[in-house]
Design a protein around this ligand. Structure first.
Ligand code: ATP
Length: 137
């Protein structure tokens, strides 16, 4: 089965939405194969978003991602990467389709409640960023 990396971001954790968001993952056919809560350090957030270094929103993104704990998980399903992106919706909640997690919960383009890997290659890299193989069931 394909795997993707999910992050429930600080805005959602602060608003006590962890349970509701995890329920949506499971209701949508994803198996939670690994999960942990952590408060990202600045170097951890900068490393995770290295591809965005130099962009105008980078510093704000790192500040936001380190502002409160996050919940990182590995989700398993056929076509997990693509199906998870469909489930969460567009980056900007104003553009997100009805019924998506970002449409229902996100506050802004930055504070958009969840992250999902954008390709199978990114998923492999992002999963390894947070989990060792023995932590994935
Ligand atoms: P993610 O990678 O978190 O799933 P994404 O792939 O939809 O989101 P990216 O373009 O990779 O979006 O941007 C990473 C994150 O940076 C976004 O989820 C959002 O939190 C923030 N971000 C992206 N674009 C902007 C922007 N124009 N202004 C503010 N924040 C932004």
């Amino acid at each position: 089965l394909e795997r993707t990396l999910s992050i429930i971001k600080p805005d959602a954790v602060e608003r006590h939405l962890i349970g509701q968001i995890l329920a949506r993952f499971e209701q949508s056919g994803f198996r939670i194969a690994a999960i942990k809560m952590l408060h990202l350090t600045k170097p951890q957030a900068e490393g995770f978003y290295a591809e965005h270094q130099g962009k105008p929103f980078f510093d704000g993104l790192v500040e936001y991602m380190t502002s409160a704990p996050v919940v990182v998980s590995v989700l398993a399903k056929e076509n997990a990467v693509k199906d998870y992106r469909t489930l969460i919706g567009a980056t900007d909640p104003a553009q997100a389709a009805e019924g998506t997690i970002r449409k229902d919960f996100a506050e802004s383009r930055q504070r958009n409640s969840v992250h999902g890997s954008d390709s199978v290659e990114s998923a492999v890299r992002e999963i390894a960023y947070f989990f060792v193989d023995t932590e994935i069931c």
